[in-house]
Design a protein around this ligand. Structure first.
Ligand code: PXP
Length: 250
């Protein structure tokens, strides 16, 4: 078993700063500013997902964030040829392969690794040759963890979305069953020499049990943090606008 008290890293996913920017089409809010704030606030990494449809993060954001922050950048992407070219060119610290369907609102399930081993093995090799640490975003399923080790990934990120949904719905039995699967998958990943991460749908209420899984060394959290920032930051933003307006009338 891994050391329970080792520092648990926080990767802050800034995608939804870009979602908000794109809703208006201008330059605010700026994902780079968010990445720098996350860095100042003690984040251990910046995560961004360059989707095939560029619905939030765009290619220029990846360039700008990588140039601006000193933290490791974790690029989430679908296992397509286009994304492989981009990753090899940009050489982020880590690449996390995720399943992607255009119509989904967010990453809905884990990557099918067990049924796609030959393709993924070939896909991962150039990423590793470019210096990226390769992570696979998978459901907490033994066969997927074992397959991840076989295809040459160094990391598995366990999808905790089902756990988060059961928490939100108050389905305690289903939540506990999912948590048992997550504990089992994390232990197996560690045994197989994989680094174990977790993410998706985490918030202040549900993060505790996931943060307590001893083999998990990194959590990637985005949507909740960006939403919460509105509530903890809106008051200060309104006060500053009031101040600027008052200054103009002195
Ligand atoms: N990890 C992975 C692999 C993801 O795809 C996502 C969502 O983009 C996250 C973590 C973050 O999830 P959330 O935005 O729900 O915190």
């Amino acid at each position: 078993m891994a050391a329970q008290n080792a520092h648990l890293r926080l990767g802050v996913n800034i995608d939804h700063v870009a979602t908000l920017r794109n809703a208006r089409g201008g330059t605010d809010p700026d994902p780079v500013r968010a990445a720098l704030l996350a860095q100042n606030a003690g984040a251990d990494g910046i995560t961004l997902h360059l989707r095939e449809d560029r619905r939030h993060i765009r290619d220029a954001d990846l360039d700008a964030v990588m140039a601006a922050v000193s933290l490791p950048v974790n690029l989430e992407m679908a296992a397509t040829e286009e994304m492989q070219r981009i990753a090899v060119k940009h050489r982020p610290h880590a690449v996390c392969l995720v399943p992607e369907r255009r119509e989904e609102r967010t990453t809905e399930g884990g990557l099918e690794v067990a049924g796609d081993q030959n393709r993924l093995r070939d896909y991962i090799a150039p990423l590793r040759a470019a210096g990226a640490r390769v992570s696979l975003f998978i459901a907490p399923d033994e066969s997927q963890v074992e397959a991840a080790a076989r295809v040459g990934a160094q990391i598995v990120e366990l999808h905790v979305g089902a756990y988060a949904e059961h928490c939100a719905a108050g389905n305690d039995d289903a939540r506990d069953a999912e948590l048992r699967k997550l504990f089992g998958a994390a232990a197996l990943g560690y045994e197989l020499g994989l680094e174990v991460h977790a993410g998706h749908g985490l918030n202040f209420v549900n993060v505790g049990p996931i943060a307590a899984i001893p083999e998990v060394v990194e959590l990637n959290i985005g949507h909740f943090l960006i939403g919460e920032a509105m509530f903890v930051g809106l008051e200060a933003a309104i006060r500053e606008m009031r101040r600027q307006m008052n200054l103009a009338r002195l």
